[in-house]
Write a protein that binds this ligand. Structure first.
Ligand code: CO
Length: 211
């Protein structure tokens, strides 16, 4: 049974950790001070710590379908607030990935029940960037570009948040970065988005001018 394999794996993992450092779990239980908040897709192929080569304690993680930051989503908002106000993370990363099923579903509209409203956010990203996207003939190129533009828009959604603005005005952090994981090659790609510049262009609309 698959469960048995998992618990056996866990026993081996604990033994490996303790062999290298007998106080490993004592240290881990003292608390966490991650510098990164990672917001990625729930896709089982995109493994967060593994692809970044980071260890437990180094990155705070939130994953959902197509790595969305929706202003009315209590879950993602709680994660971001906790990370920024209490953990004081310096960097927030939105990491999309090529071959994302959410992106593909959004570009091929069909009735998917509960998922409809979630995927609508991706269709809004498509609408916002329609002039560019409709000029792309190759379907894979089109999917890939929507993956990238979605990352950019979700980064924007982070800087629109009141407590993120408050922290940024006070300390210059968090800084927001957009990445894409390429499941075809395993490579992580920095989109080199200049979030502060892009946000600067819409600042007059979204800036809450916090004290
Ligand atoms: Co995905």
């Amino acid at each position: 049974m698959e469960f048995e394999r998992i618990f056996a794996n866990n026993k081996k993992w604990v033994a490996d950790k303790l062999e290298k450092d007998p106080s490993y779990f004592d240290k881990l239980s003292e608390g966490q001070q991650p510098e990164f908040l990672y917001i990625g897709c729930s896709d089982s192929r995109v493994t967060a710590e593994d692809l970044m080569g980071l260890q437990p304690g180094e990155v705070f993680i939130h994953r959902n379908v197509a790595n969305l930051v929706i202003s009315t989503d209590n879950n993602v908002n709680a994660v971001i607030q906790f990370a920024v106000e209490f953990l004081k993370v310096k960097y927030i990363i939105v990491c999309g990935h090529y071959e994302c099923g959410g992106i593909k579903a959004a570009l091929h509209p069909s009735d998917m029940g509960q998922l409809n409203s979630w995927l609508q956010t991706l269709r809004d990203v498509y609408r916002l960037h329609r002039a560019e996207l409709d000029g792309i003939e190759d379907e894979r190129e089109l999917f890939d570009r929507l993956v990238e533009l979605n990352v950019q828009e979700q980064c924007m959604n982070i800087v629109k948040i009141d407590h993120v603005q408050r922290a940024w005005y006070k300390t210059g952090y968090p800084k927001v970065y957009g990445w894409v994981f390429d499941v075809r090659t395993g490579n992580l790609k920095d989109l080199n988005l200049d979030i502060e510049k892009v946000y600067g262009e819409i600042r007059s609309i979204y800036d809450l001018k916090p004290e």
